[in-house]
Ligand binder design. Structure first.
Ligand code: KG4
Ligand code: ZN
Length: 341
C-alpha cells in the first residue's frame, strides 16, 4: 500500500514487448515501462519466438526495476504481482511468469494471473476514469479480433470472433505483400492518410445475417492479386491508394459489427482495445458512428492500445479486490478462451 492505495506491479511478455508497470488503485498509472523488440525481429519480417523469449529473459528485471524507480515505489509497498499467463508465445509468456513468480516468492507477495485480452480491455479504464461495465468492446490486435460484451470487471461474453486472420495480422500480411517494412500495420495507416479509399474495391466476407464474426483472409488475397497484377504490368504500385482502400474495408467491417453488437445487446457504450485500436481510420469511424447513434465511444490513448503492462496491472487490480489469486503452479497457456462464459 502507498498513501492508502493498492499498489499492483504488472508484468507483460506475451509477444514482442517486455513491459512492467505500477498502478495505484487500478486506474492510476505511476509508471508504464515498455521495452520493444521491434529492431530484433525487423530483419526477419516478423516476430521470431526464440528471439522473443531470450530478449524477455534479458529485459524482464531491468524493466521491473525501472517501473519501481519511476513510480517511486519500494517492493515492500507492492501489494501483488499481476502477470500475463496467456494467450501468447509459450517461451515469451514463460519468461514473464518466471519473473513474476520469483518476485512473488522473494518479496512474499500474492501472484495474480491475467488474461492478455482482459488486459487489453482494461486499458480503457486507465484512460476513462469514470468508465464502468457494461459495455461492448472491440478487441483488434495482432492475434485477436473479438467483439466482447463486458458485463462486469473480468466478466466477458464473446459475441463475435475472426474465423481466420486477426485484423492486425491482416494489416501486417498486406503490408508485407506491398513491400513495406515490419511492423506493417502502422505503415499502412501512415500511407492511407494520403490515399484514395475509393480507388480499389476490396471485398470483406459477409456471413449470415446477424452474425458478428469476421474473416480477413479473403481481403488479404484480393490485395495480393491486385498488387501482383499491377507489378506484372510493370506499373508502379499506388501504395497510398491500396493502403487507403484496404484500411477502409477492414475498419468498416470492424466498426459495423461492433455497433451491430451494441444495438442488439442494448448497450450504450462502445470501447476499443488492442494494437489496431491505434489505427486513425478506425478511431475516426468509431467516433463518428457513436456520435450518429448517441452512444458513448471510449478509445484508449494510442500507447495503451498496443501491448503494455499498465493494462495488466489494472486488470490484476480487479482480480485482487475480488480475491482471485494464482499460486506457484501457474503456467503459460498459449491459446485460451477461458475468460468467456
Ligand atoms: O495488441 P498488440 O500490440 O499485440 C497483440 O496482442 O497482438 O497488436 C499488434 C497489432 C499488429 O498487428 C500491428 O500491426 C497492429 O496491431 N497495429 C496497427 C496500428 N498500430 C499497430 N494496425 C493498424 N493501424 C495502426 N496504426
Ligand atoms: Zn496484445
Amino acid at each position: 500500500m502507498m498513501d492508502g492505495k493498492v499498489i499492483i506491479l504488472g508484468i507483460e511478455s506475451s509477444c514482442d514487448e517486455t513491459a512492467a508497470s505500477i498502478t495505484a488503485n487500478g486506474r492510476e498509472i505511476l509508471s508504464n515501462i515498455v521495452s520493444t523488440q521491434i529492431k530484433d525481429h525487423a530483419p526477419f519480417g516478423g516476430v521470431v519466438p526464440e528471439i522473443a523469449a531470450r530478449k524477455h529473459v534479458e529485459m524482464a528485471i531491468p524493466v521491473v526495476d525501472e517501473a519501481l524507480k519511476v513510480a517511486g515505489v519500494t517492493p515492500e509497498q507492492v501489494d501483488a504481482i499481476a502477470v500475463t499467463y496467456g494467450p501468447g508465445l509459450a517461451g515469451a509468456l514463460l519468461s514473464g511468469i518466471a519473473t513474476a513468480k520469483g518476485l512473488a516468492y522473494g518479496w512474499n507477495k500474492p501472484l495474480i494471473a491475467v488474461h492478455h485480452i482482459s488486459g487489453h480491455i482494461s486499458a480503457n479504464y486507465l484512460d476513462h476514469q469514470d468508465l464502468e461495465p457494461p459495455f461492448i468492446c472491440l478487441v483488434a490486435s495482432g492475434g485477436h479480433s473479438n467483439i466482447v460484451a463486458v458485463e462486469g470487471y473480468g466478466q466477458y461474453r464473446l459475441l463475435g470472433h475472426t474465423r481466420d486472420d486477426a485484423a492486425g495480422e491482416a494489416f501486417d500480411k498486406v503490408a508485407k505483400v506491398m513491400g513495406l517494412p515490419y511492423p506493417g500495420g502502422i505503415r499502412i495507416d501512415e500511407l492511407a492518410i494520403k490515399g484514395d479509399a475509393q480507388a480499389y474495391k476490396f471485398p470483406t466476407t459477409r456471413f449470415e445475417k446477424g452474425c458478428l464474426d469476421f474473416s480477413f483472409s479473403g481481403i488479404k488475397t484480393a490485395v495480393m492479386n491486385t498488387v501482383n497484377s499491377i507489378r506484372s504490368s510493370g506499373q508502379e504500385l499506388p501504395l497510398e491508394d491500396i493502403a487507403a482502400s484496404f484500411q477502409a474495408a477492414v475498419t468498416g467491417v470492424l466498426c459495423r459489427h461492433t455497433f451491430e453488437a451494441a444495438e442488439r445487446e442494448g448497450y450504450n457504450t462502445v470501447c476499443v482495445a488492442g494494437g489496431v485500436g491505434a489505427n486513425s481510420e478506425l478511431r475516426r469511424r468509431m467516433t463518428a458512428a457513436g456520435a450518429a447513434r448517441g452512444m458513448r465511444v471510449c478509445l484508449p490513448s494510442k500507447p495503451l492500445c498496443g501491448d503494455n503492462a499498465a493494462m495488466i496491472s489494472c486488470a490484476g487490480y480487479y482480480k485482487y479486490i475480488d480475491g482471485q489469486f494464482a499460486d506457484m503452479t501457474l503456467d503459460a497457456v498459449t491459446r485460451d478462451n477461458s475468460i468467456y462464459h
